[in-house]
Design a protein around this ligand. Structure first.
Ligand SMILES: *Cc1c(COP(=O)(O)O)cnc(C)c1O
Length: 224
């Protein structure tokens, strides 16, 4: 199967209210261009340096999403162009994003990452930390003028157990439903980023509005 066939196939399985992020980490620009030529405009990358290089090489009408774990000191490298940061998991990081966005005269749109998996290794906030961050941002609008929190992101446990994955997605959806009631100038949560190649259909059935799909589009990745 070619990349464009894979895209067509996946798009036919995604309802119109769900946004497809093509996760292109580790893949060469030629592969991304194939997806671009097939109409894909939203790409997701995990590594700052790789994202910066691909942004330089690819057409300028692409929306680049950063979906990996972002270190504060690297925010400045992507702040000029990134269109959505998925994995924000601390107030400190949010403050740095705000600062760098201000320097670039931009508003950077962010999702807060929630820890829903069993694994310790997956990053993210618990519900209490989420509430604290939202409160802080909403009560201090003045200091967060250059960010906008538009939703939540989460990753399920890496397991074959569909019931467990479903439970974790349902948990994230219920947290999302609670916080999406809140709305202030810089917080209007309407995006729920959950679901990857192995579980996107389940994620959509649990209420996902944004899926991040890599290997089903570009093939399996080789990490060296
Ligand atoms: C790599 C990655 C994906 C895509 O994974 P696939 O299983 O290849 O679809 C999605 N989200 C995040 C955060 C990732 O790191």
């Amino acid at each position: 199967m070619s990349i464009s066939n894979n895209l067509t196939q996946i798009k036919s399985q995604i309802p119109p209210h769900v946004t497809l992020v093509a996760v292109s980490k580790t893949k060469p620009v030629a592969d991304l261009m194939e997806a671009y030529d097939a109409g894909q405009r939203i790409f997701g990358e995990n590594y700052v340096q790789e994202l910066v290089e691909k942004h330089e090489q690819m057409p300028k009408d692409i929306q680049w999403h950063f979906i990996g774990h972002l270190q504060s000191r690297k925010v400045k490298l992507i702040a000029p162009f990134v269109s959505l940061i998925h994995g924000v998991d601390s107030l400190k990081l949010l403050q740095e994003i705000n600062k760098q966005a201000a320097k670039n005269n931009r508003v950077i749109v962010c999702l807060l990452q929630i820890h829903i998996a069993e694994e310790e290794s997956k990053f993210g906030l618990d519900e209490q930390e989420l509430d604290e961050i939202l409160k802080q941002v909403q009560n201090d609008n003045e200091n967060y003028k250059n960010i906008r929190i538009v939703g939540l992101m989460g990753m399920a446990t890496f397991t074959e157990n569909q019931n467990q994955i479903e439970k974790e997605f349902q948990n994230l959806k219920s947290i999302f439903d609670k916080v999406s009631q809140l709305s202030t100038e810089n917080c209007q949560l309407n995006t729920l980023s959950m679901g990857m190649s192995g579980d996107y259909q389940l994620a959509i059935s649990c209420g996902s509005t944004m899926v991040r799909i890599g290997s089903s589009i570009f093939g399996t990745r080789n990490y060296q």
